[in-house]
Each structure stands twice: as C-alpha cells, then as structure tokens.
Ligand binder design. Structure first.
Ligand code: PMP
Length: 410
C-alpha cells in the first residue's frame, strides 16, 4: 500500500508537515469528503423528509443513499441503520431506548474493565438508576483480555454483554475470542452491544457473520465528518425499541385527545423513531463520501499488512528503552493492530507528548477516557501511537528520532 500517495489525498497532512499519529482519536479527512460536504451546501442543501419540492426531495434521496452506503459497508439493511452523532450517542441511545425499559433489577451486564468511558458510563448509570449489576472482566497482568474470566462471568443472569471489538488502548483481540464470547452470550440468551469505534475503517465488518444485536461507531474515525455516527440495530430487536427522545420526524400521528393512552402518539417505524429532530444530513453525506473513498482506495488486507509493519517497526524503536513498558498484549497467534500504547518510568506521558509536539508530532497521552483500567494497572497515564492508511514509515522514524532526543536531553 502506497501510504505516501494516500497522504496526498489529505490536505491537512500534505500541506502541514504534521506527523499525525493520533488517528484513533480522530481521522484526517480526504479532499473528496471535504468537497462532498462543500458541494452539498453550495448546491443541494434542503431539508430531508420534510419538503414537497424538488430541492428537499433530492436532499432526502441523497441522505437515504448515505444510509444505504453505511448498510452496505457493514452488510446490514438500511432500516437497521440509525444515524446518531457518534459512538457515544449510539451507546447512550441503546441504554435509553432498549436497556432502560428491558433490563430488570439484578440483571447482569458483563463488560471488560478496559472499556472506553463511552461504553461504561451509560451502563454504570443504568446500574444506579435501575439496579442492574455490572460485572467487570479483568485483563491479565500482561494486558490480555482474560478470556477465561470473560466466559466464566457470562451466566444465565447475564442479559447484556458489551465490549469494544477493538480496544482503543490495547488493539484487537484474537478472532476466536470474539467468536467464543458471542457464542456464550447467545447460549445464555444475552444481547450483545459492540463498540466498533476503532474497528470500522480498519477492517471489514459483516453483521450477518457477527450476529450481534447492536453495534456503534463514529463517522469521524473513518475519514468522515464529526457530528455523525451510526447505531446498527439488528431487526430482530425492532419490537423492543422504545422511543426515548421525541420531536419532529419520528412521529406518524399525534392527537391531543390521546393523552390518557399508553403512548402519546403513534411513532414511525425504525430507524426513524430513533431520529428525532432534523438529522445531521450534510454530515451523513460526508460520511457517504468517506465510505466511497475507503472502497475506492483501501484494501483492508493491504491496510492491515501496512499497519502491522508500522507497529512492528514502532515496537522495535521502543524496546531499546528499558524503562518503557509496551502495553501491547502478545497472544498465541499474532493479532493485527493499528495502534500501540506504552508508558515510561522516566518520563510522564504528558511530558512525552509535549516534547514530541515540538517536532510537529501528534500522539495521544493521558488515560484515553479509560480511567478504570489505568487505575487497575496503577499507571497514571500512557502514550498511544495510532496509525491509518496515510501513516508512513517516515512518520514512525520521525517519532523515534524525537524520542531519542528526549532521552538524550533529559
Ligand atoms: N469507544 C471507543 C473504543 C473509542 O475509541 C471512542 C473514541 N475515542 C469512543 C468509544 C467514543 O467515540 P466518540 O467520541 O466519537 O463518540
């Protein structure tokens, strides 16, 4: 894969000289995405699902084409795709529109302790308000997901299993882990919510093969704009989805004399019943352009080979420092990852990131919205280097040289 060529498609990267190693936080945007949004606003902007005139009808068609593109990307049906504002919003939506009225006191939710706050706080809040019990799965001391612990904790009391398909700190899990967790959850009749924020854009996802109930991701991590995300709802759960935010666009019929009835209105079917208010349609169109860019430019197999080569090289650069702990789990078979986290005994993570910034190098430092796992590991903070299709070996070398200078000077 020619990362240097791909980099030319990204105006911010080709013009600024920034060594951008923070794609897990947000991806940079290719010109085609920026242009698609700009063209839409310049020539096609109109309200969706609201107007009986040509501009509005065309905008509605373009918006629904974006939904179809998302559905095709993950092998789902368009009605299973709810547009949200991001992964966080998608997970909160599931907590409010499904879990809050389905789960009962003492039902159990099982999730790894290493989850992002976005896939932890909505469940902790549900425990507080609805009395459900949260069961945390541990990591092993060498940063692996403790699969035995995970499987042991999924029992007939488990009503929901949730985890990030790709950890934003530790990378991917072995494929067979995903398979056995999903199988065990199915065996006990638990629903499955997957956080795919770090997966989509790096790997092919197929909802028919995965067989989960809900999946969440953000547009901005796969070269799309901010303000748009996706919640996939497997259609077998449609009857259990309640409305939780109300407003325009999600109601079929409202009559004021129905106030004493169970529901105050007749709601639209999925996915519209979960899309109250004017949707982020220009952003959805930007996301469509991002998906088209990925389809046209990136082979997932070549991308993983490329990212593996970058991460292997990075690891080699880091191992020469004996005070640096690389937080990358080593499983029996090699597992692909586009990111690597580490911490140093000598330099605080924030100091490393600030030092690298002097060289125009961007990495993430802190607890990465995952305080509980940092607390468990007794690490105040870590550094994360994350790559994408535009990351080059030269970027990793620039990082290595700047780090060498930190160690030589301080
Ligand atoms: N889950 C994971 C694994 C993430 O990495 C992130 C973003 N860092 C989120 C959830 C939240 O995504 P967003 O902020 O786009 O809603």
């Amino acid at each position: 894969m020619d990362a240097l060529r791909i980099k030319q498609d990204f105006p911010l990267l080709r013009n600024s000289g920034i060594v951008y190693l923070d794609s897990a936080a947000t991806g940079q945007k290719p010109e085609v995405v920026i242009d698609a949004i700009s063209t839409f606003y310049r020539t096609e902007n109109g309200p969706v699902h609201r107007g009986i005139y040509e501009l509005a009808e065309q905008a509605t068609g373009t918006f629904e084409a974006a939904r179809k593109a998302v559905a095709d990307l993950i092998n789902a049906s368009p009605e299973e795709i709810v547009f949200t504002s991001g992964t966080t919003d998608s997970i909160n939506t599931i907590a409010a529109a499904w879990a809050a009225h389905t789960l009962q006191k003492d039902d159990e939710i099982v999730l790894p302790v290493s989850e992002h706050h976005s896939n932890m706080l909505p469940w902790l809040e549900l425990a507080r308000t609805h009395g459900v019990t949260i069961i945390f799965v541990s990591l092993t001391p060498d940063f692996k997901l403790d699969i035995e612990d995970f499987l042991k904790k999924i029992t007939p009391k488990t009503k929901l299993v949730t985890f990030a398909l790709t950890s934003h700190i530790f990378g991917n899990y072995p494929q067979e882990y995903i398979r056995v967790i999903i199988n065990k959850a199915h065996q006990v009749g638990a629903k499955i919510v997957l956080d795919a924020a770090q997966s989509v854009g790096h790997m092919k996802l197929d909802m028919q093969l995965l067989g989960v109930d809900f999946l969440a991701f953000s547009g901005h991590k796969l070269f799309g704009p901010t303000g748009i995300g996706v919640l996939y709802v497997n259609k077998k759960n449609f009857n259990d989805i309640a409305v939780y935010r109300m407003g325009g666009g999600m109601v079929q019929n409202i009559t004021l004399d129905a106030l004493d009835k169970k529901e105050c209105a007749l709601w639209k079917e999925m996915p519209y019943r979960l899309e109250a208010g004017t949707p982020a349609f220009a952003q959805a169109i930007g996301l469509h352009a991002a998906i088209a860019y990925i389809k046209d430019t990136i082979s997932y197999i070549k991308l993983s080979e490329h990212e593996d080569a970058l991460i292997t090289h990075l690891k080699k650069l880091l191992t020469k420092y004996d005070d640096i702990v690389i937080m990358q789990p080593v499983y029996q078979k090699p597992v692909h990852s586009s990111l690597l986290s580490f911490y140093s005994m000598r330099h605080h993570a924030h100091d490393i990131a600030a030092w690298l910034s002097q060289y125009n190098i961007a990495v993430r430092a802190g607890n990465h919205c995952a305080q509980p796992i940092h607390q468990r590991l007794k690490i105040p903070a870590s550094v994360r280097v994350s790559c994408h299709a535009y990351t080059t070996m030269h970027d990793i070398d620039a990082f290595g040289h700047a780090l060498d200078e930190l160690y030589e000077n301080k």
